[in-house]
Design a protein around this ligand. Sequence first.
Ligand SMILES: [Fe+2]
Length: 145
Amino acid sequence: MSSNQKVHWDDRYKLGIDAIDTQHEKLFELVNRLFDLEDSNSDKEELRKILYEFSDYMKVHFRDEEEYMASIDFPTLEEHKKLHQEIIESIAQVISTPAKLNIIKSKMRIVSKRALIDHIMHEDTKMNIFLAEKEDENIFDISDI
Ligand SMILES: [Fe+2]
């Protein structure tokens, strides 16, 4: 029943940047472990472990993604960092608020949909647009010589 709340990875979410795609896919896997927990038989330690692992890996991923963005001179890096910070804070908020497992699951479903699907599709894809534009400029430069 609870597995209905899972957020499913789709190849449409691939950016074509292997290191980042692999991390995104792993984040889906990590958060889905939460939805595999049985409501009736919830183990607090296990729940804690899953939430912290997801949160910690999200931080690692954002750091790596920001480093990558800096390496390509992504122009709106600072704004993008703020979005990452907001996501980290929303996860921290869920973790620090005591609630029943089904409530935590519902909150995390909203957070992970926002943090993974919406963020990848609407924000991370701006990297691809930027890289494609850069490539176009290069082509123009070459033909200009
Ligand atoms: Fe991002």
